[in-house]
Design a binder for this molecule. Structure first.
Ligand SMILES: C[S@@+](CC[C@H](N)C(=O)[O-])C[C@H]1O[C@@H](n2cnc3c(N)ncnc32)[C@H](O)[C@@H]1O
Length: 271
């Protein structure tokens, strides 16, 4: 099985429960502190807004959502900003979900969900105004190749935003190794390494942040809120599937809270 097939299978298997729990978004949450009473879907939507606001989208622009998951982010952006979104993923489940969500939200005319591998994009040079990679670069086998592809398909002056995990402390490498294996990460760069990779691909970095304490650092908050949906999720997917999903948390939450950061990087292809 190729790496792309393996990643596609990983999301075909994992996305359905994640989709249900987090309202169509397979990414991290953002809670300000333990007293913040946002629900899990609200906290996940908050992260979507925080990341995508940095793109500065305008009506009619063409956006590539590279690694689009089950489509909620693309649907939100098409509705909120009037952009035309092409969502690509390696997962057949996610492509189907994206289409259904867009229909239900009335934005099917402005969204397209298709199979696509961001290590070798099928689009012409300069064909997008903006590229979003919301927690998808983490699965890239070679970050320089993928960032090079994003650079190629963006028009001069076009914007890239990505968000992903960063390594904040390697004092306990065995814990980090479990995290990397569970999530099928291709790499876990530090924030300075993320910035270097972005610049090496030709981009000018314009904004970045590291909000790990409000994302990975809120693991207890995630577990509490996710547990509230356990009965509902079990009724829908069955005890065995929920058991398997829960076991993955052991690897996901193996690192200490301060070991894993969360970076948001926004950059521009020089015009
Ligand atoms: C953690 S999920 C994030 C999904 C979505 N961005 C979200 O926030 O809900 C990672 C996504 O990246 C996609 N992905 C991983 N490797 C990819 C590749 N080589 N080409 C295209 N998509 C890829 C997966 O299929 C999945 O949709």
């Amino acid at each position: 099985m190729s790496i792309s097939e393996e990643i596609g299978k990983h999301y075909d298997e994992r996305s359905p429960i994640g989709d249900e729990l987090r309202d169509g978004q397979i990414h991290m949450w953002y809670w300000f502190d333990r007293d913040d009473d946002a629900t899990l879907p609200e906290a996940v939507h908050r992260m979507s807004r925080k990341v995508t606001d940095t793109l500065g989208l305008r009506p009619g622009e063409k956006l590539l959502d590279a690694g689009c998951g089950p489509g909620e982010t693309a649907v939100y952006l098409a509705g909120e900003f009037g952009v035309e979104v092409t969502g690509i993923t390696l997962s057949a489940y996610e492509i189907a979900q994206g289409g259904k969500r867009a229909e239900a939200a009335g934005v099917a005319g402005r969204t397209r969900f298709e199979y696509g591998d961001f290590t070798a994009l099928s689009y012409a040079d300069n064909s997008f105004d903006a590229v979003l990679a919301l927690e998808s670069l983490q699965n890239a086998p070679d970050l320089a190749t993928v960032l090079g592809e994003f650079f190629r398909v963006l028009r001069p002056g076009g914007r890239l935003t990505f968000s992903d995990f960063s390594l904040e402390s390697d004092r306990d490498p065995a814990r980090v190794a479990k995290f990397v294996e569970t999530l099928k990460l291709g790499a876990l760069p530090t924030l300075p390494e993320w910035l270097d990779l972005t610049r090496a691909a030709g981009f000018a970095v314009e904004e970045y942040t590291q909000c790990g304490p409000r994302a990975f650092g809120m693991k207890t908050k995630y577990l509490e809120t996710a547990m509230r949906s356990r009965d509902e999720i079990t009724a829908k997917f069955g005890e065995a599937a929920v058991g398997e999903f829960s076991r993955n948390h052991l690897g996901f939450f193996a690192p200490r809270k301060d070991q894993i950061g969360y970076v948001i990087v926004s950059a521009r292809k020089p015009g």
